[in-house]
Design a protein. Sequence first.
Length: 105
Amino acid sequence: MKLNVQTCKDWDLIVALCHWGYKPFLTAKQKNDAYKKVWAKSDGYGEEGYIPSQGYDWSGIRDSSEEATVKMADAARIYLLNQGIEELEYEKESFNKFVTLEVDK
């Protein structure tokens, strides 16, 4: 499956890139770097970019404000486009029933 990085919905891009139930076809370094860029804009723990003691956690992204969601998607887009990635290819894990992208419905 593919998402157009520039035109897809903000939340779809964040989920396809960062949620454990989706596997983007990126190198390990690209995945790690992209996740850090997104995380830096999350505010699900009450302050932007806060990393709790357990480390990076999906709930910090999931529980972020709408404003932070826009910032996270913008950070993801900038990073991916700078990597020359205009379409994000990803695979949805068959066991993933908790999060569904609009494009997968």
